[in-house]
Design a protein around this ligand. Sequence first.
Ligand SMILES: [Zn+2]
Length: 276
Amino acid sequence: MSWLAWLLLAGPVVADSLSLDGDFTQGGMAVGRGLPQGTKVWQDGRPVDVGPGGVFLLGFARDAGPVSEIRLRYPDGHEEKRRLKIARRQFRIQRIDGLPANKVTPRTEAELARIRRETAAVKEARRILSERADFLQGFIWPVQGPISGTYGSQRVLNGKPRRPHYGVDIARPRGTTVVAPADGVVIFADPDLFFSGGTLIIDHGLRLNTSYLHLSKLLVKVGDRVRKGQPIAEIGATGRATGPHLHWGANLRDVRIDPQLLVPPMPRQAVEVVRK
Ligand SMILES: [Zn+2]
């Protein structure tokens, strides 16, 4: 990828140590390593957290691209600007026309107040910066099974785009165990949010966090340190869900990324066994 060009242009001091690996695509994430100590980083004008050993994360939103601009300021004040090419993806769009205008569920004042409160609490939890780099160990699927929804897909009702789907849905029966996909710390846990029902958020360091929605049971609480593979919850259909499934999301700072790009392909036998 173009990082090599960056390395060559940045001079031998940086080229010796710096690397960037990941998915340079909409919804993707890249891990940078070996930044000289004290270097500051911005992605598209927004500050990027840098962890111990010069590790940092870049996230590419659903509508990112065609380029993302990275700015580095080295401890000596010297600055580098580089542009990363971000590949476009085709997202599924489902258009439904002719719906009655009043079909959108009206919400009461009390419900709207509750939704605002819950949204603020989740946002606040995600602001916490931890300099751990648990994400370096790699991710596993939190549960295996048929994928019933993918990141980025969008419904357009009466020509009006609704919020895209920012996660991957895995359909399994209520009570199925969900495990931590990587080490982390629980930063949010609530058994009953208006939209997402039983909800957990795990921080994996440098403001990369993964979320688990519609859970029937939470097995961990805020502040718990969890290990990769450890049971954290059980699948349910709580909140606004049509049937039991895990909605798995991933956020890097304020960018929603595609969790499916963090893990290997879903093993085919996992899907087949479930469907028998
Ligand atoms: Zn979903």
